[in-house]
Design a protein around this ligand. Structure first.
Ligand SMILES: [Zn+2]
Length: 346
């Protein structure tokens, strides 16, 4: 068997990626080699491609990037039990220490020594990926592989959307990127009274309409309060999911929450983003930061929701062979996209 494989590599500290041959990884005793079928492009991958400030501070080339994928087990390390060759899998992208307080108390998403696949170690935009067996997540083969390819991102959306009880609640989602879209679908599925999504991009808001958002608001043309009367929202929103990383969206969310409302923050803000803390205090708001997925409860919820009829297919807007990765990144950079999938199987 050839020990070389194709991979998308950030080879130099500059914009872009190259498709090149790298060594195929060999699983250690406790690791699993996954043959990649499909991958999806995350906003993080776009940051790395574009070589923005965050990427310059966090990525050390050469690195194979990518962390959203579906594939099958190709090889097992000699100590790996309970997994089989050929099994359909995805995987948790955070490789945690297993020893710190949070790891030991079942909150490994808050591990103090976490390492990310495709960021701090070689990733999934390749023909093969090697990860610890504990990170491998077996997948029901009845689920569409295109959807499984972005389970990592779906996990962020699930973790955020399920942080607070949305049953019968009015939910405000700021940011209609792919994770905001998925959060919209999840809240609709899970019985929210209304799901209102804001963004500046009509293409993305239109996908939220397909996902049965109660209302979508392009904040360059409309105001959030315009829908209060129509939706009989009297005191403000009960639950807020901030997905945009925009300071103005966050501040507008805070002012549109009812007293006692709860906000989950996923969108990464600029350093030292100002918010009115007195509004948080006097309204008794709860603000919860969200990182990654609950390990591994979120993964079970994700599969269960899909098996229960949650349809994320409207979010997939582009499909390319991995050799056409430039088209994929261009689609992502255009912002007129949902999830962009790269096929590694042929
Ligand atoms: Zn840890």
């Amino acid at each position: 068997m050839s020990r070389k494989m194709n991979a998308l590599v950030k080879d130099k500290a500059q914009e872009g990626l190259i498709l090149t041959q790298v060594n195929k990884p060999k699983p250690k005793h406790d690791e699993v080699l996954i043959k990649i079928h499909k991958t999806a492009i995350c906003g993080t991958d776009v940051h790395i491609y574009n070589w923005n400030q965050w990427a310059q501070a966090n990525i050390k080339p050469p690195l194979t990037i990518g962390h959203e994928y579906v594939g099958e087990i190709a090889e097992l390390g000699e100590n790996v039990k309970n997994l089989t060759i050929g099994q359909l899998v995805s995987g948790e992208g955070h490789i945690v220490c297993g020893h710190c307080r949070n790891c030991r108390s079942g909150n490994a998403q808050w591990c103090k020594d976490t390492k990310s696949v495709g960021v701090n170690r070689d990733g999934a935009f390749a023909e093969y990926l090697c990860i610890p067996a504990t990170n491998v997540v077996p997948i029901n083969p009845d689920i569409d592989e295109d959807v499984v390819s972005f389970f990592d991102a779906f996990g962020n959306a699930t973790h955020t959307a399920l942080m607070f009880d949305v049953v019968g609640e009015d939910v405000l989602i700021t940011g209609a990127g792919p994770i905001g879209m998925m959060a919209c679908a999840i809240c609709v599925k899970n019985g929210a009274r209304s799901v209102v999504v804001t963004d500046v991009n009509d293409y993305r808001l239109d996908i939220c309409k397909k996902l049965k958002a109660t209302a979508t608001i392009n904040i360059t043309k409309e105001k959030i309060e315009d829908i209060y009367q129509d939706r009989h929202i009297v005191e403000g929103f009960d639950v807020g999911l901030e997905m945009s990383g925009s300071a103005s969206a966050l501040n507008s969310m805070i002012s549109h929450m009812r007293n006692g409302g709860k906000i989950a923050l996923l969108g990464i803000q600029d350093a030292k983003t100002p918010i009115d803390l007195n509004e948080v205090i006097f309204k008794g708001l709860t603000i919860q930061g969200i990182y990654g997925r609950k390990m591994y409860e979120t993964w079970y919820k994700m599969s269960a929701m899909i098996e229960g009829g949650l349809d994320l297919s409207p979010i997939i807007t582009h499909r390319f062979n991995y050799r056409e990765y430039e088209k994929g990144f261009a689609a992502m950079n255009s912002k007129n996209s949902g999830k962009v999938i790269l096929d590694w199987s042929k």
